[in-house]
Ligand binder design. Structure first.
Ligand SMILES: CC(C)(COP(=O)(O)OP(=O)(O)OC[C@H]1O[C@@H](n2cnc3c(N)ncnc32)[C@H](O)[C@@H]1OP(=O)(O)O)[C@@H](O)C(=O)NCCC(=O)NCCS
Length: 175
């Protein structure tokens, strides 16, 4: 498996992987591919990694900047995050996430956050930070990973690309 940054030639495959991954998820309204397009068009797709097997894109993860009301800088939101259904549970997602996090560290990122199942994301070090809030999202599924022991507090706002398609798409969910 190869993990690499997206190329222009991957755009269609990324959309297809995203559509397939979210197709049967109840919490999704199946518009996650548009979030990626909006982020890309706004040049807010800070990290966009694909997992490739036998020259086929089978997974994708996106990181984009978020703002935090306490003025914390260089924080990022994760999502959409997708692996083709037939390739899930083979550690491709874990590998994508680990590569994304190490790139973020190299770039000087201060931390990242997502909405998702704590049971899955705790393996990467994500946990709920009580005073870090994503409006409208239950606190127990809003998870953050500070990279430098500086713990932010306040309201987090994802890029508007997430808002136009519904709050439940802000980031990962449990399945
Ligand atoms: C979430 C997702 C990207 C993870 O990719 P993946 O390649 O399946 O993940 P991995 O194989 O690295 O997962 C490793 C482990 O996590 C578990 N796991 C995977 N997804 C999980 C989830 N949503 N909740 C709890 N555990 C999960 C697997 O069972 C596996 O556990 P094991 O190692 O004990 O067997 C993928 O399952 C997916 O595309 N899901 C549908 C879309 C989605 O929910 N995306 C996130 C929202 S943006």
């Amino acid at each position: 498996m190869i993990i690499r940054s997206e190329a222009a030639s991957d755009i269609q495959a990324i959309a297809e992987v995203t559509i397939a991954a979210f197709e049967n998820l109840e919490v999704s309204n199946q518009t996650e591919q548009f979030i990626i397009e909006t982020l890309r068009a706004a040049e807010m797709l800070t990290i966009s990694l694909v997992a490739e097997i036998d020259e086929r894109v089978v997974g994708h993860i996106a990181f984009s900047p978020v703002t935090i009301s306490d003025g914390s800088r260089d924080w990022y939101g994760i999502g959409p995050f997708s692996v083709l259904p037939e390739y899930q549970r083979q550690s491709i997602g874990t590998t994508l996430m680990q590569h994304g996090l190490s790139l973020l560290r190299e770039m000087g990122g201060q931390g990242c956050c997502l909405v998702g199942d704590p049971g899955y994301y705790k393996r990467f070090g994500f946990k709920n930070i009580p005073k870090l809030i994503l409006d409208g999202v239950p606190q127990e599924v809003f998870l953050a990973l500070p990279l430098h022991n500086i713990i932010p507090q306040g309201f987090v706002v994802f890029h508007e690309g997430f808002m136009s398609v519904g709050e439940q798409d802000v980031a990962p969910t449990s399945d």
